[in-house]
Write a protein that binds this ligand. Sequence first.
Ligand code: ZN
Length: 128
Amino acid sequence: MREIRVRSRAKRELIDITDEVAEAAREGGDGVWLVFVPHTTAGLAINEGADPSVATDIVRALEHAVPEEQAFEHAEGNSTAHVMSTIAGSSALVAVENGELALGTWQSIFLCEFDGPRSREVWLRKLG
Ligand code: ZN
């Protein structure tokens, strides 16, 4: 298993980790890779990386969908982040062919931070 460490800088942000995933996968070889975020207030998404305003809009839409002003029971006070990470999901499968990530032209891999800033991990495991 390989691991990427990511430092978030904001409470909520999408951080493009495509290059880090590509480097680890290149070293590990062709195949299908599981990209997994082992956190309950962060998630993983594959979406447009060419225009950074898309990542901003995704955060904005999640903030609209999951308002802070709710009668949550979780005493830690970060239920919004737990719900957002559930919506985003915690993993993705990506193919590596000829040493390159098989992604669409506009696709990037993002760590989705919902309760930052803090240090995060992304685990990479080649399947099979
Ligand atoms: Zn919590």
